[in-house]
Ligand binder design. Structure first.
Ligand code: GRF
Length: 190
């Protein structure tokens, strides 16, 4: 099975996925795509000798070139790992039920446009939530919606700071995301 990863930033999740499927070669990451030419994920991809593709808004929203690239590579699953742009409907239609996203909160709470990075954890803490966690879900034409595949959570202890919450979330993401991808790929018909 062949995986494409979209990421806009550091790519620590992409790294865990690349590592996982190096150890479990029943699937492989065949390309990393980004909207951000400065994204550190590009360096990580180079370290794994995985090809990359950088696109701009016009290419992504007004042409089919990304779809063609993914089809040519015979991609089975598209993984959004810290990808900050909305997926165009044309791409959703080209890969139905084959695009998943990870979100660092317990959806449907704390999702939607503008809910990314520290904004999410600050909102969770400000709301006095007793727990937070991660959600892995199918992507659709809205930010952070679509059928939920997996959630893991932890209790927020009194005195937990932004950094503590961020760290706990990242631990959960790094542990679960590769495993959820692996089990989804196993369920997919070949
Ligand atoms: C993760 O927290 C992910 O849930 C969110 O963006 C972050 C990406 O982190 N959508 P990284 O680039 O994988 O380190």
């Amino acid at each position: 099975k062949r995986i494409a990863i979209f990421a806009s930033g550091s790519g620590s999740n992409a790294q865990k996925i690349m590592e996982h499927f190096k150890r479990h070669p029943e699937a492989e990451v065949v390309i990393i795509l980004t909207n951000n030419p400065q994204a550190y994920v590009l360096q990580r991809a180079d370290n794994f000798e995985i090809p990359t593709h950088v696109f701009n808004r016009t290419e992504f929203y007004d042409t089919d070139s990304v779809i063609k690239l993914l089809k040519n590579l015979q991609v089975d699953l598209i993984v959004l790992a810290g990808f900050l742009w909305l997926v165009p409907v044309s791409l959703l239609n080209a890969f139905p039920n084959k695009i998943i996203n990870i979100h660092p909160a317990l959806l449907p709470k704390f999702g939607g446009k503008g809910m990314y990075g520290d904004h999410i954890h600050k909102a969770v803490l400000a709301a006095g939530e007793e727990e937070s966690g991660i959600t892995i879900h199918f992507a659709n034409e809205h930010f952070d919606e679509g059928e939920i595949l997996h959630q893991s959570k932890f209790r927020i202890e009194p005195g937990d700071t932004l950094d503590v919450v961020k760290f706990k979330i990242q631990q959960l993401e790094h542990h679960h995301f590769p495993r959820v991808i692996e089990s989804l790929l196993k369920k997919m018909k070949s």
